[in-house]
Design a protein around this ligand. Structure first.
Ligand code: ATP
Ligand code: MG
Length: 305
């Protein structure tokens, strides 16, 4: 744990703000469905893609899993909640076109509908991020419902529109700060990309304890969607060892699909395209398509159980 910087932990003050009762805050699991007298609308599955470790494939997974799900006919919204804006760049959203961003949504200055922009991929939209998000954490500290800002914004759009999304994928930054807390509080589940490298498991226990604290304080129903092993290198014996260790630790939460290290995947963002569009036949693209199918299959099985 010695190598964690202060940004890798959630300040106690943030977690201490978990509301317990009252009309403004609702229960720890947040406000219930809004009573409209209408039949319940299908809610999107909101998935936070999180790991406080940097460079493990969170953004690559948000982009390519999102593209894969859209290719199977699902309507997908990616929320770029990282000030680096890599998901926005990788999905071809020029910085000049990021006039309304995830920062505005968190600040309550724009709705999800106003902030989302279409990508070149049919069925896939994104709420882009800008560097404004760097200051958001400080600004949020004094705001009401600071951990619930994204959850509230997404709930408002779900209540408003009939033609919603099937999936919302939130790309979070490499730290466990208030932005990541907003992602985990808004989400139904967490998808954890884990790089096949020696220190992969280090830090995972910290993420798991954060998830547990989020469950206790804010979002009782938060589930683990799954763990996806990324950047697997078949020439490296260590990759196999890491995959085995992770499966031993997390069991069937780990997807069968493993994302290989693939140069085409790393080239794609500089062209503003998902790997699945840049080179749909490369090993990385095939693996992300397989991941999208596996995720849907598992959800069907869970629903039937
Ligand atoms: P950060 O923590 O900085 O947000 P991240 O977890 O979002 O990083 P990515 O940006 O997705 O990680 O990936 C880190 C780097 O590794 C990027 O340059 C990306 O292009 C590259 N990369 C990701 N997945 C693969 C892969 N399967 N094969 C080759 N390169 C990859
Ligand atoms: Mg990223």
């Amino acid at each position: 744990m010695s190598n964690f910087t202060p940004t890798n932990t959630i300040p106690t003050s943030v977690l201490a703000s978990a509301p317990t009762s009252g009309p403004t805050f609702g229960s720890a699991s947040g406000p219930g469905p809004i009573a409209t007298g209408q039949p319940a609308k299908k809610q999107p599955r909101i998935i936070a893609i999180a790991n406080q470790k940097g460079g493990v494939g969170k953004t690559t997974t948000a982009i390519n899993l999102g593209t894969g799900l859209a290719a199977i006919g699902r309507r997908v919204l990616v929320v770029d909640l990282d000030p680096q804006g890599n998901a926005s760049t990788g999905l071809g959203i020029d910085r000049r076109n990021r006039t309304v961003s995830s920062y505005d949504v968190l600040m309550g200055e724009a709705t999800v509908t106003e902030a989302q922009v279409a990508t070149a991929i049919p069925g896939l939209s994104i709420i882009p991020s800008t560097v404004d998000l760097t200051g958001a954490e400080l600004e949020l500290i004094d705001m009401p419902r600071r951990a619930y800002r994204l959850r509230d914004a997404l709930a408002a759009v779900a209540a408003e529109t009939d033609e919603g999304f099937d999936y919302v994928l939130i790309d979070s930054p490499p730290s466990l700060n208030l932005l990541t807390v907003n992602a985990l509080v808004a989400a139904k589940s967490v998808l954890v990309p884990l790089q096949c490298e020696f220190f992969a498991l280090e830090g995972l226990s910290m993420l798991m304890s954060t998830i547990e604290r989020i469950r206790k304080g804010f979002n009782a129903d938060l589930e683990i969607q799954g763990v996806v092993l990324t950047m697997y290198d078949k020439r490296n014996n260590l990759s196999d060892q890491v995959a085995e260790d992770v499966r031993g630790f997390l069991g069937d939460k780990v997807y069968k699909t493993i994302i290989p290290r693939n140069v085409r995947v790393s080239e794609a963002p500089s062209h503003g395209k998902p790997a699945l569009v840049y080179d749909h036949k490369c090993a990385g693209s095939l693996a992300y398509m397989q991941l999208a199918s596996e995720m849907l299959r598992r959800e069907r099985l869970d629903a039937a159980a």
